[in-house]
Design a protein around this ligand. Structure first.
Ligand code: UDP
Ligand code: MG
Length: 332
């Protein structure tokens, strides 16, 4: 498995490096020069050979052209070009599956995950933690709306799932070989990577960091993408919504029995109240609303099953470059 990505042989006879950095790239042309500079500085400070895997997630700007050019100059750089935009969670999966390092570090490309923090992640890994995640203790430059919705979502998810998914943690993390091999055996399409690492156990630790604002380029996570990620997180890690459907159904049925009994009694004793048109309308529309909502919830799970049973590959690689050469110890 180690030498292939979805059956494509990538590194015959190339010795494995100690560290792999995985960086998903989606239209980041403004950031790339600065990123390459910061990453090269980081690689020089790491205490072992390091490969840097850029995963181009179908960028439509000049990102790919720039990265291809960088590859010629930097022997430690590798590039995976996906055939289209598959989304952040899949892009990091592609990078991790191709990584050969003993420790693999995933970080955003926009420098909101400061490269220097990687040194702290590595230090914790050396203490024996298999998974080390970076926890955001402060977030700069993000709207109150993003912070508020994120905080509500994580607290909700925590209540809904038995899996330990750490709060205020994104995808900035270091994972050891054992965790990575476990991850590779998790083929699910509904991908919520931070939950998957929470699920697998192992010794885990957190390193706090202050998340700076994005200074170059703009966010690639508009509101609907965030919402989508949140739905995947809940559907993938909780069956509570299905249970909610059951309990709501039961509660509404109980109410219907009570109301029905009242209606019958009123009819028998001829209390003279003309059965209200208003109450009929209210009850019918309420029931239809609840019914549709619950069907929708079930639909989400069915959709997720549908995606799994098709058994399509998670992503399609258009081009791999740089994987066939050994890393060099940085000496800058
Ligand atoms: N990204 C990606 N594919 C996408 C969207 C984003 O590979 O469809 C990458 C993006 O280039 C960046 C990282 O995922 O490296 C995080 O995205 P962003 O910084 O826009 O998210 P935010 O920090 O605003 O949540
Ligand atoms: Mg960002």
């Amino acid at each position: 498995m180690r030498n292939s990505v979805h059956g494509i042989r990538t590194r015959a006879n190339v010795p494995s490096p100690r560290y792999s950095l995985v960086l998903p790239i989606y239209n980041e042309e403004e950031v790339l020069p600065r990123l390459v500079e910061r990453i090269s500085a980081l690689v020089a400070r790491l205490d072992g050979e390091t490969e840097v895997i850029f995963v181009d997630d179908g960028s439509s700007d000049k990102s790919v052209r720039y990265l291809r050019r960088m590859l010629a100059a930097e022997p430690n750089f590798r590039l995976i070009e996906l055939s289209r935009n598959f989304g952040h969670q899949i892009a990091i999966t592609a990078g991790m599956e191709a990584a050969a390092g003993e420790a693999v570090i995933v970080m955003d490309a926009d420098l909101q995950d400061p490269p220097e923090v990687v040194l702290e992640l590595v230090a914790k890994w050396k203490e024996g933690f298999e998974i080390v995640y970076a926890r955001r203790v402060r977030r700069e430059g993000e709207s109150w709306f993003k912070r508020f919705t994120a905080s509500v979502f994580y607290r909700l998810l925590e209540k809904m799932t038995p899996v330990d998914i750490p709060r205020d943690v994104g995808d900035f993390r270091l994972v050891g070989r054992k965790a990575l091999e476990t991850f590779k055996r998790m083929p699910e399409h509904d991908r919520f990577v931070r939950g998957m690492f929470g699920w697998m156990g192992f010794k885990q630790a957190a390193v706090p960091f202050e998340r700076p604002a994005r200074t170059l380029g703009e966010t690639k996570y508009p509101f609907w993408k965030m919402l989508n990620l949140a739905v995947h997180g809940i559907i993938g890690f909780s069956e509570q919504p299905l249970r909610l459907a059951l309990w709501t159904g039961l509660a509404v049925s109980a109410l219907a029995v009570v109301f029905g009994a009242y209606a019958i009694l009123a009819w028998i004793f001829e209390t003279g109240v003309i059965a209200g048109w208003t109450s009929t309308v209210v009850i019918v529309s309420l029931l239809i609303g609840i019914n549709l909502f619950m069907t929708g919830v079930v639909g989400l799970y069915v959709g997720s099953i549908h995606a799994e049973v098709k058994r399509r590959p998670l992503y399609v690689i258009d081009r791999l470059s740089g994987f066939d050469r050994p890393t060099r110890v940085a000496s800058r």
